[in-house]
Unconditional design. Structure first.
Length: 170
């Protein structure tokens, strides 16, 4: 792998979109959303056809909970991402990430971070983002540009042939 670097500056809108995308990677969120849509369609049909026996049952009211969850999950994620981005000054800085066979070096205006490939938990590439997970929940976020594509291909090949115990997702 040839050494390369990526420099980017995150903006709040991109960060919020990424957090919502990561939320919808969970199967339970997809299921709740689908059930909510089905419930709304069923409820509208039941109300329009005057099926009072169904709409007055206590089981019918459980659909409200599913709908509330389907609305609450993305809204809370959106606002937490907005607040988290605003409060984390390091996310607002231009960040340069240097990749080499030895490891990864990240530099911002107020920090420097070095870590090796062996200690990474997971590397995930998804729709223009490179996520370097330190553990199951915490990731270093790198926005990719089209000119980074050849370097990312080389990075994928390097990680595939290495013996690191890193989960790879792309």
């Amino acid at each position: 792998m040839n050494d390369f670097s990526i420099t980017n500056k995150l903006i709040s809108a991109d960060y919020q979109k990424l957090m919502l995308k990561l939320l919808y990677n969970y199967l339970i969120i997809k299921v709740i959303s689908i059930l909510s849509i089905l419930y709304v369609l069923f409820a509208a049909t039941a109300i329009l056809t005057h099926m009072d026996k169904i709409t007055n049952s206590e089981y019918f009211s459980y659909g409200y909970i599913v709908c509330a969850l389907a609305i609450w999950a993305p809204l809370s994620t959106y606002f937490r991402a907005k607040i988290g981005f605003r409060s984390n000054k390091r996310l607002n800085e231009p960040i340069t990430t240097e990749f080499s066979e030895k490891g990864i070096n990240q530099r911002g205006e107020s920090f420097t971070s070095n870590f090796t490939w062996e200690k990474l938990y997971k590397v995930k590439i998804t729709n223009g983002w490179l996520l370097l997970y330190q553990n199951r929940l915490v990731a270093n976020i790198i926005k990719l540009k089209s000119e980074d594509e050849s370097n990312i291909v080389a990075l994928k090949e390097f990680l595939k042939r290495s013996n690191f115990k890193v989960k790879l997702k792309w």
